[in-house]
Design a protein around this ligand. Sequence first.
Ligand code: AMP
Ligand code: ZN
Length: 114
Amino acid sequence: MDNCIFCKIAKGEIPANKVYEDEELLAFHDLNPQAPLHLLIIPKKHISNIMDMDAADSDLIGRLFYKAQEIAKNHGCEEMGGRFVINCKSHGGQTVDHLHCHILGGRPLSWPPG
Ligand code: AMP
Ligand code: ZN
């Protein structure tokens, strides 16, 4: 998708601090971290938001979550846990219109969201 910053990261056109990559998924450090660990994991395929996924994307998104929890464990969150967040559209606070899951950890996180 033209002009999508996360598509550009997925294609290697702009840099990111990557922690995991395979043919269909990419995980990298958030530019503006909100916790000691703040990663993003994306499908390389452009899906604008979670409400825009097709049934055919279900396996891909399942693998994204499996990899997200594995990465969180590999980054020291296994004992204390963390949070896996997908913001959606304006009420959800989504600012980048390419589906991404935040992986947050390393400190207690408050609830409910503001
Ligand atoms: P959201 O508000 O859920 O759409 O989250 C978008 C996230 O992307 C924010 O936490 C930003 O800090 C992060 N972000 C935006 N641009 C970049 C970038 N070029 N590299 C890494 N993270 C980014
Ligand atoms: Zn995109």
